[in-house]
Design a protein around this ligand. Structure first.
Ligand code: ARG
Length: 221
């Protein structure tokens, strides 16, 4: 087997363009997933039975089915109901965001429940409402506990977006496949694709540890 280094050099611009698209979907999906997850976790802890039931069902359905199938459902099955083709970008972002929201909601639920329940009682006894205590007392404390698992989710999502290549959306993995279809350089291209993912996830890991140092003051000290 001969290793064609030139192929890597020639393909790099195209792959990096794909990587940019990967970063774009990941950033949007994680941001929407963050808001969705926060909302769902609060619904789940709200104490209102029907709201809790909907929140739990959402998490169970999304976590219990493969993201690949969810992508197919949104891209191929949903258009049959709405009677209109869905843009691959919209389908990709929607699938990743809805999927991420379920995982993020569990992260937030754990974070919120890690705050001593006396904090809620203290807030309430000072005359704050449930919502105000959540916003001003519980969430700021929960937030620092959820930075490491949220970082994990960010890294997971970066890699999971490779699944949207199945609907022909040209992110990094799809770009790799397309280049290989033309050049047959499987080895060179997959190694490069892997290296680019590694650089991205390593960058995120560094960013997360910075945020952790910045915000997550350790209660034990
Ligand atoms: N690939 C797995 C699946 O299809 C894991 C998805 C993980 N998603 C996440 N947001 N962390 O279900």
């Amino acid at each position: 087997m001969s290793f064609d280094f030139n192929l890597i050099v020639q393909s790099l611009p195209l792959l990096l363009e794909g990587a940019l698209v990967t970063i774009e979907i990941t950033a949007i999906a994680v941001s929407i997933g963050f808001l969705l997850g926060l909302f769902v976790s609060i619904c789940r802890l709200s104490g209102v039975k029907i709201v809790q039931f909907i929140a739990v069902s959402y998490v169970n359905i999304i976590r219990g089915t493969p993201m690949l199938v969810q992508i197919f459902l949104i891209y191929f099955a949903l258009p049959m109901i709405v009677g209109q083709r869905i843009d691959p970008f919209v389908a990709a972002v929607a699938a990743c965001s809805i999927n991420s929201g379920a995982y993020v909601s569990e992260i937030f639920r754990a974070g919120i429940q890690s705050v001593d329940k006396g904090q809620m009682e203290a807030g309430r006894s000072l005359g704050l409402s449930w919502g105000q205590t959540m916003q001003y007392v519980i969430l700021p404390q929960a937030f620092k506990h959820v930075i490491p698992p949220l970082g994990n989710e960010f890294i997971s999502m970066t890699k999971e977006t490779s699944l949207v290549s199945v609907i022909g959306f040209e992110e990094l993995t799809r770009r790799g496949q397309l280049i290989i279809a033309k050049t047959y350089g499987s080895f060179e291209i997959w190694i490069t694709v892997a290296a680019i993912y590694l650089v991205m996830t390593f960058g995120i890991a560094r960013l997360v540890s910075y945020l952790e140092r910045r915000f997550a003051t350790d209660d034990r000290n």
